[in-house]
Design a protein around this ligand. Sequence first.
Ligand code: AR6
Length: 171
Amino acid sequence: MKLTLVQGDITEQRVDAIVNAANSSLLGGGGVDGAIHRKGGPEILEECRALRASRYGGGLPVGQAVSTTAGRLPARWVIHTVGPVYSRNEDRSHLLASCYRESLKVADALGAATIAFPAVSTGVYRWPMDDAARISVTTVLRSGSNLDEARFVLFDLAAYEVFDRVLREFG
Ligand code: AR6
């Protein structure tokens, strides 16, 4: 699997699956989540509500992933995953790694060839970019996934540069 980096908006990526940095409610929020629902349209929220009414009555647990339609986005699916809130007192790295592993598993099961990830947990959930980049990149590199391409989409240049440095170090 090829790992690529771009600076930009995840909602504009032409890939099979776009990953959403969601919260357990699956009912929307700010950041990536807000942008995906705004641009993807109401069909995505409809499927999220159906998931809450069936498989995920208690919400989607942190570190897990589930797919819906991508609505009007230029992708086939949105894979919603819930990152951990950063904590200085407790190591939650395994949960952040799990978001990437579980999203790739869902993408594989759907038959997706390409996937785009945001830097999960590095916004509202305050995970330091450096550490998040190391966890994300190493987890995806070691996943053994059958996809052709996993693309990290970084919103600003500073985040792009951090991921670029980490990818050169581990890739
Ligand atoms: N494309 C790519 N990256 C983006 C975009 C975009 N359109 N918008 C923001 N980012 P966040 P989290 C970057 O807050 O930390 C929501 O309210 C952003 O700069 O979206 O996992 C959910 O509902 C940051 O680096 O996700 C949850 O409640 C990264 O994406 C909560 O926020 C992730 O920021 C999840 O927080």
